[in-house]
Structure formats: C-alpha cells, structure tokens
Design a protein around this ligand. Structure first.
Ligand SMILES: NC(=O)C1=CN([C@@H]2O[C@H](COP(=O)(O)OP(=O)(O)OC[C@H]3O[C@@H](n4cnc5c(N)ncnc54)[C@H](OP(=O)(O)O)[C@@H]3O)[C@@H](O)[C@H]2O)C=CC1
Ligand SMILES: O=C1O[C@H](COP(=O)(O)O)[C@@H](O)[C@H](O)[C@H]1O
Length: 544
C-alpha cells in the first residue's frame, strides 16, 4: 500500500497540496493494486465509496495534545470541533491525538461527547453521518471541569490528561480574553507548559491599544512570542491566501500593482446576518473593532504589501507590518471626512422582514454601537501614495460578500469615442472564491467600432476539483504543526490598534454621526459620497 510520508513540513504555504509519498509496496490485490488514486487534502469520499488504496495527500501530524479552554462555548461548537472532525476524517491526524476540552459546565466526558455528537451532526452533517469516523473522533475527546479563575483539584485533573511532556501541546483560548491571564497562570503553576507548548489566542486581542498590550503582556509573562499564535480566521481563508499566488506568481500582474495603474482599491466584508445572540459582546465592540481592526486590515496588508523574501512567518509579517505603519494616521478632521458609521434599522434581507439592531439586542435600551463602517484611507508609500483604499463592513447588508475590487485607471488618451468604464479585477472571497477581470473588448458586428466591457471569469470551485479546507481547519492544524505564518504577531496587533484608536477617540467625542440604514441595503446613503468625491463608485453601483 502507498503510504503518506508523515515528515513534518516547515511551511504549509509552500508545501500544502504537494506532500511527498513514500512507495512502500501495496498489500492490496484486485484492480486497485499498484494503481493508487490520490486526492489533495480535501474531504475524501464517504467510507463506503473509498478506494482501499486511496491515500490522502495531506500532511499528517505527529500525535498531539490539544487543550480547549471554553469548550462548551459557541466557537468550539460551531467552528473548532467541526474543523477537527473534518481534518480527522481527512486523516490529517489519527487516534493517538488527544483533544482535552475544559469549561465550567458540570459534565463528565460521556455527557460531553453526547453533546458534541449532536453538535457535529448539526455543524458537520456530511462527515458526522459516517458513524465509524464520528465515534472514533468522539473517542479522542476528554472533558475536564475547570474554572480558570479558581485554584482547585480540577487543575490536577487536567494535568493527569497530559502525561506526555514530549508531545506537541496546544492550549486554545476560546474564552473571553479577560480570562487569558488566569489560564496562563493556572497552566504555569501546574507545570503544564513544556518546551513543546504553544498557545492560540482568539480575538479580540483587546478593545484598544492599552487593553491589547495588557493581554499580550499577560500572556507574554508565560509564553515567548514565538509560542503565541493570535488567530485571524480571514488569513486562513483560501481566497485570502490566493492573493499571494495571484500577486507573486503572476509577475505581469504585479507590474500593474501600484498607483500608476490602479485608481483605487475596495475591500468589502458584507454580511446579511444580524448580531444574533452575540449581542452582549458585539454591543461593546462594534464593526470597527470586530472586523476592521483585524480582518479588514489584514486583507488590506495582503493586497498592499511588497513581496516578502519568502513565505516564512516573519518575512510575511514584516511586510504586513510595513503596510500597517504606512497607513495615513487619522486626525479628528480626517475621521469626520473619511469615515462613515451606521446602525441597521428594521428592513428586509433575502426576502424576509428583520428587526433593527436595537430590537435584536433585546436590552430595551438604545445603543450607539456601529454595525457598519466605511473608511477611505491612503498608504504613504511610493507604490500606493496616489491610490485611495476604501474599506467597508457591516451586518444586515444586501448580500453576503467578501471581495476586493482593484479598479484600474482609465485610458490616458482614449482613441475610441465610446469607451466603457475602466477595467477592474474582482477578487471574491465569499460566498465563493472567484476571480473576474473586466476588460474592454470590441463589440463584434457591423455598425462601427464599438467598445464595451467583457468579463473573464474563474470560479475556483470549477477550476480546482477539490473541496478545500475551511479556515479553522487549516489554522488549527497549522498551530499543531507549529507554523505561525497565518497568525498575527504582536507588533501587527499594536500597529492596527494605533491606526484604529484615533477613529474610536473621535467617535467618543461624537464627531461622526451614527447614521441609520435599513437592513438589506448597502449601508447609510452617505457611503456613496465617500467614493463619489474621488469620482468612484462602489462595486454594486458599477453593476447597475
Ligand atoms: N463565537 C464566535 O463565532 C466567535 C468567537 N470568538 C471569540 O472566541 C472566544 C469565545 O467565544 P464564544 O465561544 O462565542 O463564547 P461563549 O460565551 O459561547 O463561550 C465561553 C466559554 O468560556 C467558558 N468559560 C467562561 N468562564 C469561564 C471560567 N471562569 N473558567 C473556564 N471557562 C470559562 C464557558 O464555559 P461554561 O459555559 O461551561 O461556563 C464557555 O465554554 C471569545 O474571545 C470570542 O470573542 C471569535 C470569533 C468568532
Ligand atoms: O470574526 C468575525 O467574523 C465574522 C465574519 O466572518 P466570515 O468568515 O463569515 O466572513 C463576523 O460575523 C463576526 O461578527 C466577527 O466576530
């Protein structure tokens, strides 16, 4: 049988999708013997359709211990456990792995596994229906009651689940950040930090620069920076990583990648969902902290950074940091002119009536938290100095869309009398990964030389016949393997907060009005004016 070579790789960005296989002889007989079929890291076919010789070309991990703090929470249920189940099903790790789940709910392991079974049927139904895989996976889970803020025997119980100091050990903090320091102190006091331990921090890393520093220092007292993995799930998205390939594997495109050819860049993360049951968190956060400080700025970095020397973590992070440091600082006057903040009111989304934000909160009190933000900014570099970047995100918008629009400049001396609007490249990340290049083309037929726009379109789903990983699948296993390339370094967090803070300060003095927008729209009406003054249109307006 052909077997996967388990050699740990150095950088999944470089090796992902092409791990080596060793050629131990196949022990099978019949039509499949010596004729292995291969698939690339996606989900293998259901068990009953599996070719006995199929070996996933996935980078198998060594056995590891993964401890989740906050294992009864929403994130663990909806994202972490389904992601692990999928990777287990793809045979990226085997039954020697241990996933230790901790929280304050009074449960034993059997009760916890039963809860997980129901959760996995809900959030990974395609895999959970394979009972053999599901049961094997549930067998990896152990539940330990643990209140991070209290000393007590539960820490010894946790310790007892971690007998092997030589194994990779990951602590995943899926709790409120206020608990991070207490958890670090607990694992340290009980000698649970080994030289093979790393820690994954969920967002938000703070609500401003000072609180971010407090969190980073709190964790930094126990873990060195290279053992701290700050997750930003946007970096794990296939479409976001593809920005690297698009830019740095297509030199012709990279030649155009500057203010010389690019009039402006739009980065949009629009959601149709409202605040849901995360109101108590969201109302203290708002769209600027929840989405812009982290996800949108990271995407902006991927679009704007210079080519890194390699795909190694620090090379990537150094280039991203330069972009963050080059963002034009916001003064109160600039915030007033360049930032729109809005809050959704009742409206219709996808054909359904939905309530406004304040009703969604169910507190009975008004709120001045923004559920929408649009920002016009510039990057003070020779490459980008003359190109505005527009960022926009919001809840209860017209469609679920995450995309980047690269708007090219118009022809300097048009020889055609009826030139259409200048071309653009649209990098769509959600709901599907797609690339569209809008170019001018001659309209065929009689009637003179007419030019109009035509679109070259590529859908990743059609182009690459693989079902690729969700970002949490990728990032969890990157943390296990010890590859920090898609995680955020402390100085990036600080630089992001430094840029965002003046906006928050200016809002505190009510210098920017909170504008209502109906659910199902594209945000407050003034959002259009932000671009109109540069003679530009948002993407949806270009299409009408
Ligand atoms: N949910 C999401 O979609 C996202 C969440 N995040 C972040 O992930 C983190 C977790 O979010 P989420 O799952 O939604 O939060 P939840 O409130 O749903 O879950 C919190 C978890 O923390 C546990 N917990 C609370 N207090 C203690 C304590 N003193 N000791 C030990 N465990 C404790 C809870 O256990 P118990 O209930 O048993 O007490 C529960 O398991 C947050 O930082 C959030 O910002 C980030 C991105 C998305
Ligand atoms: O981190 C967050 O991201 C989600 C949006 O993520 P996406 O992958 O669906 O684009 C957002 O809903 C949530 O408020 C925020 O905390």
């Amino acid at each position: 049988m052909y077997v996967v070579n388990d050699a740990a790789h150095q950088n999944p960005l470089q090796t992902r999708g092409r791990p080596s296989i060793s050629t131990a002889p196949c022990s099978c007989s019949g039509p499949f013997a010596r004729k292995p079929r291969l698939f690339y890291g996606g989900h293998p076919p259901p068990a009953d359709q599996r070719d006995p010789c199929i070996m996933a070309l996935v980078n198998r991990t060594e056995p590891f211990d993964f401890v989740i703090f906050g294992a009864t929470g929403d994130l663990t249920r909806r994202k972490l456990l389904p992601a692990f189940l999928r990777r287990f099903h793809a045979r990226e790790f085997d039954q020697e792995a241990r996933i230790i789940c901790t929280a304050r709910s009074e449960l034993n392991t059997e009760q916890f596994r039963n809860l997980c079974s129901a959760t996995l049927h809900e959030f990974a139904p395609d895999i959970a229906k394979d009972t053999e895989t599901l049961n094997q996976f549930l067998g990896l889970l152990t539940y330990v009651y643990l209140d991070a803020t209290e000393e007590g025997p539960h820490w010894q119980e946790l310790s007892a689940t971690l007998p092997d100091a030589e194994r990779t050990r990951v602590f995943y903090f899926a709790t409120a950040p206020a608990l991070y320091s207490a958890i670090c102190a607990g694992v340290s006091q009980h000698n649970l930090i080994t030289q093979h331990t790393r820690v994954v921090l969920e967002k938000p890393i703070g609500t401003d620069l000072q609180s971010a520093n407090e969190i980073n220092e709190g964790v930094g007292r126990y873990f060195s920076e290279d053992a701290i993995y700050r997750i930003d799930h946007y970096l794990g998205k296939e479409g976001v990583q593809n920005i690297l390939a698009l830019r740095f594997a297509n030199p012709a495109l990279e030649q155009l990648w500057s203010s010389e050819a690019i009039a402006h860049v739009q980065i949009t993360a629009a959601e149709t969902v409202g605040v849901g049951d995360r109101g108590s968190y969201y109302d203290k956060s708002g769209a600027l902290r929840d989405m812009v400080q982290n996800h949108l700025l990271q995407v902006l970095c991927m679009v704007a950074m210079d080519a890194p020397a390699s795909l190694r973590a620090d090379d990537l992070r150094n280039e991203k940091l330069k972009v963050l440091n080059a963002l034009r600082p916001m003064t109160p006057d600039m915030v007033r002119k360049n930032v729109i903040r809005g809050q959704y009111t009742a409206g219709r989304v996808k054909g359904e009536d939905v309530p406004g934000y304040v009703e969604d909160l169910k507190t009975g009190r008004p709120s001045d938290t923004e559920t929408f933000v649009a920002i016009r900014t510039k990057i003070r570099t020779a490459r980008w100095g003359n190109t505005p970047f527009y960022l926009r995100t919001g809840k209860r918008l017209a469609t679920k869309t995450t995309e980047i629009v690269i708007q090219f400049r118009p022809q300097v001396w048009p020889i055609f009398t009826n030139m259409p609007s200048p071309g653009r490249l649209v990098i769509r990340i959600a709901p599907h990964e797609e690339l569209s290049l809008v170019l001018a083309a001659r309209d065929p037929g009689a009637g003179g030389f007419r030019v109009r726009n035509a679109t070259l379109h590529m859908s990743y789903e059609n182009e690459f016949a693989v079902q690729y990983q969700d970002s949490y699948e990728r990032l969890l296993l990157d943390a296990v393997r010890g590859d920090p390339a898609l995680f955020i370094r402390r100085d990036e967090v600080e630089a992001s907060w430094k840029w965002v803070e003046p906006i928050l300060d200016s809002w505190r003095y009510a210098l920017t009005p909170l504008e209502p927008y109906p659910a199902g729209s594209w945000g407050p009406a003034t959002t259009r004016a932000l671009l109109a003054r540069d003679g530009a249109l948002w993407h949806e307006d270009m299409l009408t």
